[in-house]
Each structure stands twice: as structure tokens, then as C-alpha cells.
Design a protein around this ligand. Structure first.
Ligand SMILES: [Mn+2]
Length: 341
């Protein structure tokens, strides 16, 4: 829409000497309202990660290249440092920020649960879902719901590009590849499938990335810049809320190339988890500091922590425990907690 408005404004400026100012404003308003009604927004989850942002951009590109009109990529939160690095690398601007689903036509990528989606989603219309998470979704009508148990939404999209022979340029290939590397933690996460690896291998030459591991480390280093972030920024970076049999749980995951960088800030991080727990009326508030090199995570938790001890059969010491080999919130944390709640 921004481009359309710019185009209209451009025309309006040229025409302004000939037309009355008021009629130009009405003309622009009509264009904006008309466009607003027709636009279908594609976006990923709250506190978007690289997969959410890149999949939204790529799916808008895919649909547009396949003849669909008025499709616009969007985001429902701030861009994190890793995603910024990726967008800069492939010279693509961040999608438009959307904060309210009221009266909007929406396509969800990389999520389907309401708690992780746009505010007032129920006041708009979800027309399609493309995701790789557990399904917790209801709709009144029949809609296309594309889901696969793969490591990234971008893997599903890459498969669609190749299967339909939709042209894939360096930029979009770069975004899809970055999203796969990010979500699979450079193929180390247990969520990684053969399909993710196959797609990454096919995308790499198009994206002109030779060393996937080196590129991945560069991405995660860009993400692990904590100096300019306060504890609230860190906790909000990749935080998801869950409802487990009526118990409200917040789980943040941050990925680092060295978890000990955050250990000196443990007290302020715990204070923030506690503040958040009270503010959002949670029963449990968790931070997973994932170390992608040591391949494990330091778990910090406040609230109903007995359930965590039960899930991992291990005691928390000073609100923390080290979990060897745990890299995936989706596969190694959420299902274990769901069992004990
Ligand atoms: Mn994802």
C-alpha cells in the first residue's frame, strides 16, 4: 500500500497545480480506503524471528509472481538484530508493521495460535495458514491450511517455489536460506529434517552463500549483541505465551554463541521475568539461554517452577538449571511442560 500511496502522492503533486487541493485529498483517501479493503496481509508471529519475517516476504513474492493481486508482507512486532543482519545482507527493507487485525484479510505464516498472533485477529478474516508448528487453530469456514513437520516455514515455501518452478531470485533465496539456518540453529536443532537440508543446499547457490556454517555463525553473532539491550528487550526478543490446561506460561528463547555473556546479568533477567509474570498474569515465566556452540541451554525460571523440575527430573539451583543438548523450545521444552501441566 505504501508504494501505491507514494505513487498516488507523486501523481497528486504533479497535478496539484491544476486541481483543487480538496479534491486531491479526497482522491487519495479513496485510493487508500479502496486499497485497504482489498489488501491481504501476510505475517508471522509476535516478537518475529527471521523465519516469520522472511517467510512473510517470500510468500508475498510467491503469490504475486503467481498472479495474485494486493498481497502485502507485514510484521506484527519489531525486527530483531539477526533479522536486521539478514535483511541488510540481501538488501531488502523490513515489511510494514501491522498491529491490529480488525477488518483485515490475513494469511498467517510461521504460527497459527491466537496467543502468538495479531491483536483482534478474531475481528478480521484469516484466509490461509502456512506453518510448521503444532496446530491450535479454529475457523468457521474452510481455508487452505498448509502445514508440514519441518524445521522452518521457509522450507515449505522453498519447496513450493521449486515444485511450481516459480522464479526465485538471489534476494528471496537468501531470505529463505537464512530462515532455515536460523530456525534449525544451523541444522543442529532436533527439529531439523532432511527436507530442510535439501532445500538449504538448493537455495545456497542461488543466494550465493558458499559456507552455510560460517554464514550461520555470522547470523547468530549478529543476534547475540546484548550490550545495547536492556533486560526487557532481551526477554521480549523471542517470547511466546502458552496456555497449558489453564496454566499461563511465558517462554523466551534467546540464542547465543556464548551463553556466559549473559550470566553476569542473571539478576536483572530474573527481575524482568518476575515483573513480566506479574504484569501478564502468568503462572510461570521462563528464559532459555541457548548456546549454539556448546549445544545446550541455561534455563532461568520464576513462578510455578516445580513443574519444570518434574519435567526434567532435575532441581533448579538459584532459579537456574543447565539442560545439555536442549536447543529447541518447540520440541524439547514445550511438549515436556505440556505433559506435566
Ligand atoms: Mn519458524
Amino acid at each position: 500500500m505504501a508504494q501505491l500511496v507514494e505513487r498516488c502522492l507523486g501523481k497528486a503533486e504533479v497535478a496539484s497545480s491544476n486541481l483543487a487541493q480538496g479534491s486531491i485529498i479526497i482522491f487519495i483517501k479513496l485510493i487508500i480506503i479502496g486499497d485497504f479493503k482489498m489488501t491481504t496481509y501476510i505475517f508471522g508471529h509476535k516478537n518475529p524471528d527471521t523465519d516469520s519475517i522472511c517467510s512473510a516476504i517470500a510468500y508475498a513474492d510467491f503469490k504475486t509472481k503467481n498472479g495474485e493481486k494486493n498481497i502485502l508482507a507485514a510484521r506484527i512486532g519489531d525486527i530483531n538484530n539477526e533479522t536486521k543482519f539478514v535483511l541488510d545482507k540481501f538488501d531488502i527493507s523490513a515489511p510494514k508493521l501491522l498491529t491490529d487485525g480488525t477488518d483485515k484479510k490475513m494469511i498467517l505464516v510461521d504460527h497459527n495460535q491466537e496467543t502468538q498472533s495479531i491483536n483482534n485477529r478474531d475481528k478480521g478474516e484469516v484466509v490461509e495458514v502456512l506453518d510448521h508448528h503444532n496446530i491450535n487453530f479454529q475457523s468457521a469456514g474452510t481455508i487452505p491450511f498448509i502445514a508440514d513437520a519441518v524445521g522452518a516455514t521457509a522450507t515449505i515455501l522453498a519447496t513450493m517455489y521449486f515444485e511450481t518452478k516459480t522464479p526465485l531470485d538471489k534476494k528471496i533465496a537468501g531470505l529463505l536460506l537464512s530462515a532455515i539456518i536460523s530456525d534449525t540453529v544451523i541444522f543442529k536443532s532436533p527439529t531439523t529434517t532432511d527436507k530442510d537440508k535439501t532445500m538449504a543446499k538448493k537455495l545456497a547457490p542461488i543466494a550465493e552463500i558458499k559456507d552455510l556454517n560460517a554464514f550461520g555463525i555470522e547470523m547468530f553473532k549478529a543476534k547475540s549483541v546484548w550490550g545495547d539491550m536492556n533486560s526487557a528487550d532481551i526477554i521480549e526478543m523471542d517470547r511466546k505465551e502458552y496456555d497449558m490446561s489453564g496454566t499461563k506460561i511465558s517462554i523466551t528463547q534467546v540464542e547465543t554463541v556464548d551463553y556466559t555473556d549473559l550470566v553476569p546479568r542473571k539478576k536483572e533477567l530474573l527481575d524482568e521475568l518476575l515483573r513480566l509474570k506479574e504484569l501478564r498474569d502468568m503462572n510461570l515465566s521462563v528464559l532459555l539461554i541457548t548456546d549454539i556452540i556448546k549445544e545446550g541451554c541455561l534455563l532461568l525460571a520464576v513462578g510455578d517452577t516445580g513443574k519444570i523440575e518434574k519435567a526434567y527430573n532435575k532441581k533448579l539451583e538459584n532459579c537456574e538449571m543447565w539442560l545439555d543438548g536442549v536447543l529447541s523450545r518447540k520440541k524439547q521444552v514445550v511438549p515436556l511442560l505440556e505433559k506435566v501441566f
